[in-house]
Write a protein that binds this ligand. Structure first.
Ligand code: DC
Length: 233
């Protein structure tokens, strides 16, 4: 089977792109890289250091000096990746509601994005990588062999996040989650630098009506189609 060296996956929050990419990576024995985790890591560090989120210069300096890395070690706590900041495993802290509500502000800072670009491109260059985010097919790896744009209706995305929170034993408010996702959509899609966009050559996958297994099958089918097209050429 001829497999794409890099698969770029973009889409809005809650579209299922991380869960689908993670499952697809396991099926293909690829490395899954969730680039949202890098932006979440910088956001967490900024909150820990009480950096004013309007202070773009300090946020940029923080991103430039933060030593972020991925670890192969995946403890059995439901996580899809392990991310280290200066050697510290910060993974469980990245999905807090505080980080959730601040990450769009931090990720809209041009200097922060620039500081994280090299790291993302270096990881993507290793090959056998599925990289998920907002600007992977447009900015980070515009020459990726295969690009997917994964989408779902806002109500469906909110409902999934709500269920995820309840399943992990957290309290959840559906209306607040929907409002939070909608506000992140607006910031992520409307920002000046690297907004969420569907690359013209990305294959569109709407998961609104699909279960996770069905969505993973659909993504796998797209990879098989890519293989057929490239095997034939
Ligand atoms: O996928 P996520 O919800 O973990 O992403 C967190 C935030 O990071 C999201 O609001 C947008 C931002 N992000 C980004 O700007 N570019 C990426 N490649 C990945 C995430």
């Amino acid at each position: 089977m001829v497999l794409p060296k890099t698969i770029a996956v973009d889409g809005p929050a809650g579209s299922g792109k991380s869960s689908i990419s993670f499952a697809l990576a396991q099926r293909l024995s690829y490395l899954f890289v969730d680039t949202g985790a890098f932006y979440r890591a910088i956001t967490l560090l900024a909150l820990e250091q009480a950096i004013d989120l309007d202070d773009k210069a300090r946020l940029t300096a923080l991103a430039e000096r933060a030593r972020l890395g991925l670890s192969d070690h995946l403890p059995d706590d439901g996580r899809q990746y392990t991310i280290l900041a200066n050697g510290r495993d910060i993974t469980p802290l990245l999905s807090s509601s505080e980080v959730d509500s601040c990450v769009s502000i931090v990720s809209a800072v041009a200097g922060v994005r620039q500081a994280l670009l090299d790291l993302q491109r270096t990881v993507a260059a290793r090959g056998q990588v599925i990289m998920a985010g907002r600007d992977i097919g447009t900015i980070v790896v515009p020459d990726a062999d295969l690009k997917l744009y994964i989408d779902a209706a806002l109500d469906m995305r909110a409902h999934r996040r709500y269920q995820q929170r309840l399943t992990s034993g957290e309290s959840a408010d559906l209306d607040a989650i929907r409002a939070g996702l909608s506000s992140r959509d607006t910031i992520d899609s409307g920002r000046e630098v690297a907004p969420l966009l569907r690359a013209p050559d990305a294959i569109y996958l709407d998961t609104s009506e699909l279960t996770l297994d069905e969505a993973v099958d659909a993504a796998y089918h797209i990879v098989c189609e890519w293989d057929r097209a490239h095997d034939a050429s």
